[in-house]
Design a binder for this molecule. Structure first.
Ligand code: GAL
Length: 425
C-alpha cells in the first residue's frame, strides 16, 4: 500500500516538474528581448553598433537587447555560426548581412527571410534609399533587409608623415606609380603596404580592387552578368600586378588582423593600407583625424569606380521576437540612426536624405564619389557572387599570396568561374 502511494507521489512530482519546464520554455520565447547578431566587435565597428543599441534603449527601455557578436573581420567566423543557427531553426531576431548575393542567395531564396516591403512603406523609408542599394536588398520586387550604410571597399589609407618624407605628394593614379612609392618607403625603412590576412579575406579584398582597376568598372560588372569572361587578359594582369606588390607587404601579414594592419599605418611603421573605409572608423577611434594624420585615395586605377559594401539587417522568418525585430529595423531605417551610426563606423548613410553636415571630410569625399562614379559590388564582402564562388576564390588568392604562381592562380580562378556558371571562354 505504502509502495503504491510512493509511486503515485513520484509520478505526480515528475509530472509537475515536466509541466514546469514546459511552461518556462514557452515563456522563454515570449520574453521582451531582442537578439541582434553581427561581427562588429572592435575598432569603430563596436562603437557604431553600441551607439545604435543606445538609441534603441532610449526608445524601448523595457526591451533587453542581446548583442550577439562573433569576432572576425568581414564575418570570417560569424557567417558560419549564423548559417548553422538559421539552418537549425534557431535564428537571432535580426542579423548583419551584406546586400546582394549574401542576403539573397544564402537566405532569401531558400525561404528563411520575411519580406519587409510593407513595413518600409509604412515607415516612410521605402523611397529614401538609392535604387541600386535597395535592389541589392530585394528579390522578386520584395525588400528583405534594411541597408544601414554604404562602405567603400577600394580605398588606400596612408600615413601623411611618411608620405611627406618619401615625397608622395599627390595620390598615385596607377599601380606602376604606387609601386614606385612602395619601393621608396621600403628604402626609407618602412613597410610599403600593410596587410593582415590572418583572416583570409583581406588578400581577396586587395585582389578584387586590383582586378577592378585592370578590368574597369564596366567589364568588372559584366563578369556577374555573364557578359565578360573570366578569361579576360585583365584578370591575369591583376595577378601580375599583385605579384609585384607582394614584396612590399609586411612579412608577418599572416599573423595579423585587418585592425593590426591598419595599426601599422597608425604607429608609423607602414606607409599605407588598402582597406574598406571601416579602417577610417578605426583610425578615428585611435584618435586620428582624416586629412590631418592620415590621407586617402581611391585604389590606383579605380577612381572611376566605387566598390560597394553595404551592411544590412533583415528579419528571419523564425525570429523569436518579431515585434522587437521590426522596432529595430524601423530604427535602422531612420535618418537619425543612420546619422548616429555612420560617422562613427566610417561609412556613408544608405539613406539619401541624411544630414551631410554630420560627416567628416573623408566621408563627404566618399558620398560625392558614390553619387558620381560607377557602382561595383564587392566579391569578398558578399555582394557580387554566391558564397561557393567567393570561398573558392578566397582560397585561390590566399594560395597565390604564398606561392606567387600566376598560371596556377589563373587556372584556379577559371575553374571556380566555370563551377559557378560564369563565362570562361
Ligand atoms: C565588412 C563589413 C564592414 C566591416 C568589415 C570588417 O564585411 O561590411 O561593416 O565590419 O567587414 O569587419
Amino acid at each position: 500500500m505504502v509502495k503504491k502511494w510512493l509511486v503515485v507521489l513520484l509520478v505526480a512530482v515528475v509530472s509537475v516538474g515536466i509541466l514546469g519546464l514546459f511552461v518556462a520554455g514557452s515563456f522563454a520565447g515570449t520574453k521582451n528581448e531582442l537578439e541582434i547578431f553581427s561581427w562588429w566587435t572592435g575598432g569603430g565597428e563596436e562603437e557604431g553598433l553600441n551607439a545604435l543599441i543606445k538609441l534603441f534603449h532610449q526608445l524601448y527601455p523595457d526591451v533587453k537587447v542581446i548583442n550577439a557578436t562573433v569576432a572576425g573581420g568581414a564575418g570570417t567566423n560569424a557567417k558560419a555560426v549564423l548559417k548553422t543557427r538559421m539552418l537549425g531553426g534557431n535564428p537571432p531576431d535580426s542579423f548583419q548581412v551584406h546586400a546582394g548575393m549574401e542576403l539573397i542567395d544564402t537566405y532569401v531564396i531558400p525561404g528563411m527571410m520575411r519580406p519587409i516591403t510593407k513595413y518600409m512603406k509604412e515607415w516612410g523609408a521605402y523611397n529614401k534609399f538609392p535604387k541600386a542599394i535597395l535592389d541589392m536588398c530585394s528579390y522578386k520586387r520584395n525588400v528583405y533587409s534594411v541597408p544601414v550604410n554604404v562602405h567603400r571597399g577600394n580605398v588606400v589609407f596612408y600615413n601623411k608623415k611618411i608620405a611627406a618624407e618619401i615625397g608622395m605628394t599627390k595620390p598615385p593614379k596607377t599601380w606602376k606609380e604606387f609601386i614606385k612609392y612602395l619601393k621608396l618607403a621600403k628604402k626609407h625603412g618602412y613597410i610599403g603596404l600593410a596587410l593582415g590576412d590572418k583572416n583570409k579575406w583581406t588578400a581577396l579584398h586587395l585582389f578584387e580592387d586590383i582586378m577592378l582597376g585592370k578590368l574597369g568598372p564596366k567589364k568588372y560588372n559584366g563578369l556577374w552578368k555573364n557578359k565578360v569572361s573570366f578569361n579576360d587578359p585583365a584578370i591575369k594582369a591583376a595577378l601580375e600586378t599583385m605579384k609585384e606588390v607582394l614584396p612590399y607587404i609586411n612579412t608577418d601579414h599572416s599573423a595579423m588582423t585587418w585592425q593590426d594592419a591598419t595599426r601599422l599605418v597608425f604607429s608609423g611603421k607602414a606607409l599605407a593600407n588598402v582597406m574598406g573605409d571601416w579602417a577610417e572608423g578605426y583610425l578615428k577611434t585611435l584618435g586620428w583625424k582624416p586629412g590631418k594624420q592620415f590621407g586617402w585615395f581611391a585604389v590606383p586605377e579605380t577612381s572611376n569606380a566605387f566598390m560597394v559594401v553595404s551592411d544590412t539587417f533583415g528579419l528571419p522568418k523564425k525570429a523569436p521576437h518579431p515585434k522587437n525585430a521590426l522596432r529595430w529595423l524601423k530604427l535602422l531605417a531612420s535618418v537619425k540612426a543612420q546619422d548616429v551610426f555612420n560617422p562613427i563606423k566610417g561609412s556613408i548613410p544608405a539613406r539619401l536624405d541624411a544630414d551631410k553636415s554630420k560627416y567628416d571630410v573623408y566621408l563627404r569625399w566618399s558620398m560625392h564619389d558614390f553619387a558620381t562614379v560607377a557602382l561595383c559590388p564587392s566579391i569578398i564582402h558578399g555582394s557580387a557572387a554566391p558564397e561557393g564562388f567567393v570561398t573558392a576564390l578566397n582560397d585561390v588568392i590566399n594560395r597565390f599570396v604564398t606561392k606567387k604562381n600566376v598560371a596556377q592562380a589563373m587556372k584556379g580562378i577559371l575553374q571556380d568561374a566555370e563551377d559557378n556558371g560564369y563565362l570562361v571562354k
